[in-house]
Design a protein around this ligand. Structure first.
Ligand code: GDP
Length: 428
């Protein structure tokens, strides 16, 4: 059985919490794309954790955690996060890394920073973790797969091919110091030593796991609207954020049984790009401070998140491209302070009403069409049974489900594991 947890919006939807909730019943949790450029917040008995590189199953000793071939693996970040976990009393997790995963190099991070500086005001809002240069190199066939590190001559020859081109850019485009072959070679050998205890042929591992009917959880990073093909390109990330990339990025050639798309009960986004339902000023600040477990600030960068009302157009589209079989609504508790809750139900683009999420240039001209739903004006975070939610709160969920047309089967009313309510969907 394969389940995927993915984002229906721009990321930070609360996937980490949901993955943590599902992890209990899973045998294997897999990261299949992205790198340490985003973070999941998980709050459990060991404390509060922001995971960037590690799969969310690391808190359970019955789970094997897998970093798949589709991931941008930052080895120092991986080791640091692992050490932090163990220091906080978490038992050493079972963790394997695909021998086909590629490595984020220090020069990827350097190029990311230099390019954002060069672009100045026109920058993409990169987290400067080297992800775009990493994936560019991967597809230009000048990256390093972990398996390559075990052949020293191979590495040395490859560096002779790669470095001259990198150095021309560094010296003549960015006016920076060139890279020295010896330094990069030593970096790669150090990475090899650090990662070798974790390296496995994950394709083989998954073949056996499927034969043994294991429960596998694919853990997505960021959200549908950051997908390079179906998202808000070029304000997207550099690897596919979609559930159906999961089997490829994991090395698991089977179809997914259930896709859980996650969305907040309002919107938030980090980074640049059009965000139609965005709100500003005091109204945004109030929602920002009340949102999440400690305000809406990026788990990786600490940047204040951009805030908006729930966006039906973006979320419906996000669910469509995710192939969502379920929708999970998180952070519902956060809206308890509002008398009336604005919802973006459609867009107005160049004078026309639009229900379908448009392409980037039309998106840039779109304005939100807002309707309001009645608020419930109370704290719902202590409630453990969906039926006990205030009527207006259930009405809000019903309306969102009706407009998105994907069954909402789980609702999260707080950041903790136990703050999750099972709902009987009206669509099934
Ligand atoms: P992810 O990347 O999708 O896992 O999302 P993040 O962890 O970056 O952001 C979600 C934020 O919402 C975190 O601060 C979570 O602790 C918090 N969170 C998740 N679910 C809920 C919820 O139902 N209510 C509240 N108040 N916070 C939540």
């Amino acid at each position: 059985m394969i389940k995927a947890v993915v984002g229906a919006n721009w990321g930070d939807e609360g996937k980490g919490k949901l993955t943590d909730v599902f992890a209990k019943e899973s045998d294997i949790v897999v990261r299949f794309q992205g790198g340490n450029n985003a973070g999941h917040t998980i709050i459990n008995d060991y404390g509060k954790f922001a995971l960037h590189m590690l799969p969310s199953g690391v808190f359970y000793d019955h789970i094997t955690n897998v970093i798949g071939n589709g991931v941008a693996l930052n080895i120092p970040a991986f080791i640091k996060e692992l050490n932090q976990l163990v220091e906080k009393g978490v038992p050493m997790p079972k963790l394997i890394v695909s021998d086909r995963a590629q490595i984020v190099m220090s020069y990827h991070i350097l190029f990311d920073k230099l390019e954002e500086e060069r672009l100045g005001k026109a920058q993409f809002g990169s987290t400067k973790s080297g992800i775009a240069p990493f994936y560019s190199d991967k597809y230009a066939k000048i990256g390093f797969q972990i398996s390559e590190l075990f052949d020293e001559q191979w590495v040395s020859d490859k560096l002779d091919r790669i470095l001259p081109a990198k150095n021309i850019l560094l010296e003549h485009l960015y006016h920076a110091e060139p890279l020295k072959k010896e330094d990069i070679y030593n970096e790669l050998m150090e990475y090899r030593n650090l990662i070798s205890p974790f390296v496995h042929d994950t394709v083989k591992f998954f073949q056996t796991s499927m034969d043994e009917n294991k429960q596998i959880l694919l853990e997505g990073q960021l959200g549908a609207l950051r997908d390079p093909d179906f998202g808000i390109y070029p304000y997207s990330t550099s690897s596919s954020t979609l559930a159906f990339y999961g089997p490829i990025g994991a090395g698991l050639p089977y179809s997914i049984d259930e896709v859980y798309a996650v969305t907040k009960a309002y919107s938030s986004s980090v980074g640049a790009g059009p965000f139609v339902s965005e709100i500003f000023g005091d109204v945004a600040q109030e929602l920002r401070l009340r949102g999440g477990d400690a305000g809406e600030f990026g788990a990786t960068t600490g940047r204040p998140r951009r805030m908006g009302w729930f966006d039906v157009v973006a979320t419906r589209y996000g669910c469509q491209v995710q192939g969502a079989t379920h929708l999970v609504l998180t952070n519902l508790d956060v809206l308890g302070y509002l008398n009336e809750i604005p919802v973006c139900v459609a867009y107005e683009t160049d004078g026309k009403r639009r229900d379908h999420f448009p392409n980037i240039t039309r998106l840039d001209h779109s304005k939100p069409i807002i309707e309001t739903l009645p608020g419930w004006n109370s704290d719902i975070s202590h409630i453990r049974n969906y039926d006990e939610l205030p009527e207006n709160c259930k009405h809000y969920v019903d309306e969102i489900e009706r407009m998105i047309n994907v069954p909402i089967t789980l609702v999260s009313n707080g950041p903790k594991r136990e703050q999750i309510l099972h709902r009987k969907s009206k669509l099934v």
